[in-house]
Design a protein around this ligand. Structure first.
Ligand SMILES: Nc1ncnc2c1ncn2[C@@H]1O[C@H](COP(=O)(O)OP(=O)(O)OP(=O)(O)O)[C@@H](O)[C@H]1O
Ligand SMILES: [Mg+2]
Length: 272
């Protein structure tokens, strides 16, 4: 495991989630995890989406012997499931196509949604952050990721239907909280794929700044080269990455760290 040999406070879990597909959840999960690791913070990226998009940036899906389901169902020890990546301090717990089966298994198992949190317990203090990439929509896998997280982040792209879905999604997350499945807090919404030349992009940024929900000041610019970067498995911060996207994710990571620090300080005050 990518530890610095020290035992830490249990890692802080952050889930990337959105109702609508294609909002840059995976891109943001990968980039945030990489930027945290670059700051010397041991980070584990957990891919809970059967599409294997985020783990695919580091390990080829057809070469994954054990994934999340192997750890949960077949009890394969985590040190055989978690893999180092080319980025120092960044490990990945890969997804595989059998996660579609795990979703159903979670539904029919009592407290199935707690299994992700439980399986990660042994490595929790080896990392500072655990970043969960999730499939779009409402699923037990996502409830499971939220249950293993203290915070969640919702990426939102400038698309009409994305804003429409947000309210419903927040209601659903509120229900998970009422049912005591997860008490993860919204760290913020982040605008992704922003093209400041378009009206809908400008309107999204305005809505986020004026809205009730917390939003990050940093927004991620839209770059047509992004698809090539994915094909070439280039991650933000790497030499071949688009400098504007790398800079934006670097700034977002600063904001995430600052926000967590202020949340934790607030919590400390309540506890005191
Ligand atoms: N900053 C960006 N500029 C341009 N295209 C982007 C940017 N970020 C993401 N994309 C593109 O948007 C698409 C969706 O991105 P991504 O896979 O990260 O979203 P997702 O929310 O994880 O999708 P899914 O719901 O399928 O899991 C991809 O084709 C990706 O290349
Ligand atoms: Mg994805």
């Amino acid at each position: 495991l990518s530890t610095d040999g020290e035992a830490h406070e249990p890692a802080i879990g952050i889930t990337l989630t959105a109702f609508k597909g294609g909002q840059a959840k995976s891109t943001t999960a990968i980039s945030l995890a990489a930027m945290l690791a670059r700051r010397g913070l041991p980070t584990l990226l957990v891919d809970t989406d059967a599409q294997c998009n985020s783990s695919g940036m580091f390990v080829r899906w057809d070469e994954v012997k054990f994934g999340l389901r192997s750890a949960i169902v077949d009890k394969v020890p985590l040190d055989q499931v978690v893999q180092h990546t080319r980025i120092p301090n960044l490990d990945v717990l890969p997804a595989s196509f059998d996660l579609t089966v795990l979703e159903r298994e979670m539904v029919v198992t009592a407290n199935g949604f707690k299994k992700i949190e439980k399986v990660l317990r042994p490595v929790r203090s080896a990392y500072r952050f655990i970043i969960f990439d999730t499939a779009p929509g409402l699923s037990h896998m996502t409830i499971g990721s939220l249950a293993a997280s203290r915070y969640f982040i919702i990426p939102i792209a400038p698309e009409v239907w994305a804003s429409d879905g947000l309210r419903m999604f927040m209601t659903w997350i509120g229900e998970q909280r009422d049912d005591e499945a997860s008490d993860a807090e919204l760290l913020g919404l982040v605008a992704t794929k922003v093209d400041s030349g378009t009206r809908i992009s400008r309107s999204l940024l305005q809505q986020l700044q004026a809205g009730r929900l917390p939003a990050f000041k940093t927004w991620i610019p839209k770059r047509v080269g992004n698809e090539d970067a994915i094909r070439d498995r280039v991650v933000a911060g790497e030499r071949a990455a688009d400098p504007d996207i790398s800079r934006a994710y670097d700034e977002l990571t600063e904001e995430v760290l600052a926000r967590i620090a202020s949340f934790e300080a607030e919590e400390g005050r309540h506890r005191a």
